[in-house]
Design a binder for this molecule. Structure first.
Ligand code: AMP
Ligand code: ZN
Ligand code: FE
Ligand code: FE
Length: 282
């Protein structure tokens, strides 16, 4: 069974609509795909419909933007209740803060002579989607200023860029509690992707495991072999499971859907823990 549990659609910064993403999963030979848009769950219904039509199982999820010590931490939540009021309130707050933050970034870029406008960025954000830096990158690509998202990030959009603006994001321990309270299964996404030193981030695995973290992503395109081994080791120590996922973003990133996979036993563990919603099987 081929299982990829972390992907993005046009409901956040992916480039495939949810149904198109499920079609891509089918074409890539996947049996199961997880839909985990940033801070939003509105893509689920379209993905479920495509699941039944195309014969690929869909694991509903979300990738919650968190912050700890000034750095971004991503928490995946699976099989949560999409109507949980506390969770929805937190995601709404994050999304509206993201919108304000993106406008500030565009103001800073434009003030410094980079040819970009609020209108050009707004045109890149699908209705209801969680706005993010990739949409600024898309606006720069659309007007021919850069060749692709990667170039935009390298030149102007990275975390340490002078144009970077923070947004409201909960502490990861609070996000773990929110996911659990919504009946969901919290999994720490790509803990070593930022490449800012192994020890502090793996300490976070330990800390979060004590408050309900169920798993951690080991196999991820941004983890090299050493990082994967370090994450597996931390998972063994703390008793959480490990997942593998592509973090597919459509044409927004070079990674293919299904490039990294999760073991079927781990999906079974997620299903036995998840109480807020269910895997949709065709
Ligand atoms: P934000 O959530 O708005 O801070 O933007 C972060 C998003 O940008 C994440 O989803 C990343 O997947 C994406 N991202 C980061 N670096 C790059 C890059 N070099 N090329 C394309 N997307 C990127
Ligand atoms: Zn993204
Ligand atoms: Fe992420
Ligand atoms: Fe992601």
């Amino acid at each position: 069974m081929r299982i990829d549990l972390h992907t993005h659609s046009t409901r956040s910064d992916g480039t495939d609509a949810p149904a198109g993403l499920v079609a891509h999963a089918l074409a890539a030979g996947l049996d199961v795909v997880g839909l985990t848009d940033h801070d939003v769950m509105t893509g689920w219904d379209e993905a479920f419909e495509a699941s039944r039509r195309l014969g690929v199982a869909v694991v509903p999820g979300v990738e919650i933007s968190c912050e700890r010590d000034g750095r971004s931490v991503h928490l995946l939540g699976y099989l949560l209740d999409p109507a949980n009021p506390a969770l929805l309130a937190e995601l709404d707050r994050a999304r509206s803060s993201r919108a304000t933050r993106l406008q500030r970034m565009v103001d800073l870029l434009a003030a410094d002579g980079i040819p970009i406008s609020q209108e050009q960025v707004a045109a890149q954000v699908p209705a209801g989607a969680t706005p993010g830096r990739p949409h600024v990158a898309d606006a720069l690509v659309a007007s021919g200023v850069v060749a692709d998202r990667d170039e935009a990030f390298l030149r102007w959009l990275a975390d340490d860029s002078p144009y970077y603006v923070r947004y409201y994001a909960p502490d990861p321990a609070r996000a773990v509690a929110l996911v659990r309270a919504a009946g969901g299964v919290p999994v720490l996404a790509h803990p070593l992707a930022a490449r800012r030193g192994v020890a502090p981030t793996l300490a976070l695995v330990e800390e979060l495991a004590a408050v309900g973290l169920a798993g951690v992503e080991a196999d991820h395109p941004d983890h090299d072999e050493r990082a994967r081994r370090a994450v597996r080791e931390a998972a063994r120590h703390t008793g959480v499971f490990v997942t593998g996922s592509s973090d597919y973003h459509g044409t927004g990133k070079p990674v293919r859907i299904g490039a990294e996979l999760t073991h079927p036993d781990v999906l079974a563990a997620i299903e036995s823990l998840g109480a807020g919603s269910a895997v949709v099987r065709p």
